[in-house]
Write a protein that binds this ligand. Sequence first.
Ligand code: NAP
Ligand code: GLV
Length: 306
Amino acid sequence: MRLLLATASQRQAWRDAFARAMPGAELRVWPDAPPAVDYAIVWKPPPECFERVRVERAIVNLGAGVDALLAVPTLPAGVPILRLTDAGMAEQMAEYVTLAVLAAFREQREYARQQNERLWRPRRRLDKSAFRVGLLGVGVLGAAVAQALRPFGFPLAGWSRGAREVPGVAAYAGPEGFHAMLAATSVLVCMLPLTPMTRGLLGAAALRRLPRGAHLVNVARGELVVEADLLAALDDGHLACATLDVFAEEPLPPGHPFWHHPRIVLTPHVSAATLIDESAAQVAARIAAHARGERVGGVVDRERGY
Ligand code: NAP
Ligand code: GLV
């Protein structure tokens, strides 16, 4: 089995993990470029990679989101693309989103402000039955987040392309479902892939459809949100808070207004990190199954973009 590994960072750690997970494979690491390989295992590969190396069986994306890979202009047509599914990310995403939802429900920012002003002022408990969490995307990560939130008793709604059924989650789909779900959402959590259909989805019209005082959590991709529209909705108090893990430009530029915005909590794209050993183990098992001609999970539909 001939493999090419092309990663944007942590090259040595990935090489060691794949050497352990696929001991019999002939592993080359970019920029060491053989003319052809069976599988290319990549994360944000340089365009020259696919010019210099012919990939014969499949390209494996070392991440859940394939937006960066599909944007590589030299990506060969007709070669199957596989992506990571969960591989330790679902648990992390469940932790991150649960923290953000509970902070919103327990009004943590408000109490932090009161503490700052030495104010002892208990607030009336919010009505949980009216505190609905809306999940944009109920795929691998969205479904795991839903299951983590269920024990807390929040009403849950989920929007997907196909009104996907997830236990305990009211299913919505299509533009009408989108607008209906937003109108009754206290915390909107974005876990959609970035595709031509979803880019800029959360602009002024969508954000203003949320009830006044709603929260936004974006753990998907920055370009799903129109940043200027989000700032406007936060500035005039329509939205109470945004918890942002992803940004149109990463790292977030030092002069970006998000850094010091009083209604923004931000983190540097860490809500669900790619775990090297778990990911290498999943990829090794998938490549072995794919090479045997078996059906494998994580197959990307290029037309849909995810
Ligand atoms: P997934 O399993 O493919 O789930 C995607 C969900 O989005 C599905 O429910 C899908 O609907 C829905 N969807 C896609 N396009 C849609 C559209 N146009 N309208 C309505 N719903 C749509 O993906 P995943 O593994 O959960 O990952 C989701 C995203 O999370 C990734 O693409 C990546 O960008 C992001 N991510 C971020 C981090 C981080 O650290 N911040 C880490 C990992 C992943 P169907 O169910 O009907 O197909
Ligand atoms: C990370 O953002 C991923 O898509 O895996």
